[in-house]
Design a protein around this ligand. Structure first.
Ligand code: ZN
Length: 531
């Protein structure tokens, strides 16, 4: 029995919700419920590799309308920007969510680093212990347009990561929930229904029970091979877990199972899709990203993660089928990723001198400027006098361009002067990609592209062994899948973008997008994007 079924069984016993018995009201041919799923770090490469082995919910979606070459088109392929594109129809340059963190030298607090999903105006908030908020998202999302069209529509988002829940929830969601050290908690003043407390109690019991190693399916056998990176080895972990180990729970398929079980419980208790309106639930399955960062996406661990997610999604859809709700699903990812060079034999790790801090030290030495020179993702520090910032940018650029790992370096001024690209994403230049990630107030002073295959993650340490965030297609390409009951299957090799999802869904559910966006509706009958 999967974790999902186990948790859901507990909820069905404790919640005694009347929803399953209620009859869905007719909804004029539109879907009753839109389910928008993001699988964090599910690259096109992973989806295509595992597709032949799918048997559950991912298989169901893979038998719908499949854009296997979808794009998170922008250059800064991180989680927060990626999630913000999915339901807003807009690149980071329009959503304002250009990175997971940025620097604001004018912030009214000592810590000038701003987390994308925080409200730094709340006293006591800092980039590590922050107040979760959507205040930085500049654009409406699908749920906002749905509510504009029909105030009776309800909008819920639930995710492992707070930034996923916030960015897919938009500006006016009814309920956003995210994982906070072992329980799911609401964002801000969002009012959680009683089922959340009951669910958290069930979840605590599940976490308090130790987990035996998972048994890999036969197709994972070839992945079950140990690879050494520095002093650590990867590739053979089976997700056994000690009782009460929250951190191990979070780095395993159990986490997504819990998020999906909570989503199922919310659909049930809130009676989503049953009131004659079209409702939305956005779901952020975050474990794939933790497994990818923690073990690299090429080992047994990812095989077990995706096999489990496939099975748990299958259980999730089975529950929805039983409810009789007419639902529509879109699934995509916030970015891709790439395996560790030690296993794949492709690419290499960047030298530790290719960091803002290290380059900043060298710039300071050359220019005779004391203190911190460069911080974060290439910001000139507030310590640098205003009349020397130009020199700092030019010198940093010179240093970076001499390094073998660097493909290109641009200044913010150059990116700002470049027009937003309007061509298809496979043809985008580096300038195009960076421009789509550019916000004049939030972006760094330098845009640095590593050469293809170079990862900035060092081999030592105890944190991530693999990463993403680069301008290259392995970090940009993600599947985009549409499914609803009776959908005519389509295999599409045209390059959809995640910003095309919003206008496409708006067309499918019959609502208007009333603000400027970057995406275009995809013609799901089989043609190219509609211009
Ligand atoms: Zn991510």
């Amino acid at each position: 029995m999967t974790i999902l079924v186990r948790l859901t069984a507990l909820i069905l016993v404790t919640a005694a919700a009347p929803a399953m018995a209620a009859q869905a009201q007719p909804n004029a041919g539109r879907p009753d419920l839109v389910i928008a799923l993001s699988v964090d770090q599910l690259s096109s490469e992973l989806f295509n590799e595992y597709r032949p082995h799918l048997t559950g919910g991912l298989k169901r979606l893979a038998e719908g309308i499949v854009f296997s070459n979808g794009y998170q088109a922008h250059g800064g392929t991180e989680t927060c920007p990626g999630h913000a594109t999915i339901l807003t129809g807009s690149h980071p340059s329009r959503t304002g969510i250009v990175a997971n963190e940025w620097y604001d030298h004018n912030a009214q607090r000592e810590d000038k680093e701003i987390y994308c999903a925080e409200d730094e105006s709340v006293p006591g908030s800092n980039s590590r212990q922050y107040t979760v908020s959507n205040v930085h998202l500049k654009t409406p999302a699908l749920g906002d347009y749905m509510k504009q069209a029909d105030p009776g529509s309800r909008v819920v988002s639930v995710a492992g990561k707070d930034r996923s829940a916030v960015m897919m929830g938009g500006k006016a969601a009814d309920l956003r929930l995210y994982w906070n050290r072992g329980t799911y908690v609401p964002v801000g003043n969002d009012k959680a229904p009683p089922v959340v407390e009951q669910f958290n109690a069930s979840l605590s019991k599940a976490i308090a029970t130790p987990r035996a190693p998972l048994t890999p399916p036969a197709f994972c056998a070839a992945k079950d091979r140990s690879v050494q990176v520095g002093t650590r080895s990867f590739g053979t972990h089976r997700f056994q877990r000690a009782a009460g180990d929250i951190s191990a729970f979070q780095r395993s398929p159990e986490w997504d199972a819990a998020t999906l079980a909570l989503a199922a419980a919310l659909v049930q208790q809130m009676q989503l899709g049953r009131a004659g309106h079209t409702d939305l639930i956005a779901i952020g399955a975050s474990a794939t990203d933790y497994v990818g960062h923690g073990y690299g996406p090429g080992g047994l661990e990812m095989c077990l993660q995706l096999a489990s997610l496939d099975a748990d999604l299958g259980s999730f859809f089975d529950l929805l089928d039983k409810s009789g709700i007419n639902y529509l699903v879109v699934l995509t990812a916030d970015h891709g990723g790439r395996d560790i060079p030690e296993r794949s034999g492709i690419g290499r790790r960047a030298d530790p001198s290719v960091t803002a801090r290290a380059v900043g030290v060298e710039v300071g030495r050359r220019l005779g400027i004391p203190g911190e020179i460069l911080v974060g993702d290439w910001y000139v520090s507030a310590d640098v006098p205003a009349d020397r910032r130009g020199e700092v940018v030019a010198t940093a650029r010179q240093i970076l361009e001499s390094k073998p790992e660097i493909e290109a370096v641009y200044s913010a001024t150059e990116i700002a002067a470049h027009p937003l690209p309007t061509t298809r994403p496979e043809n985008w230049t580096l300038l195009d990609k960076f421009r789509a990630s550019f916000d004049p107030k939030r972006s760094g002073d330098l845009f640095v592209a590593l050469k293809e295959g170079v990862t900035p993650i060092q081999a030592g340490g105890t944190g991530s062994v693999a990463g993403h965030g680069t301008v290259w297609d392995y970090d940009r390409k993600v599947p985009i899948l549409f499914w609803w009951p009776g959908v005519t299957p389509q295999e599409r090799d045209d390059s959809a973008m995640t910003v095309d999802i919003l206008p496409t869904l708006a067309g499918l559910i019959g609502i208007k997008v009333t603000q400027d966006i970057d995406g275009k509706p995809l013609d799901l009958r089989g043609g190219a994007p509609i211009d």
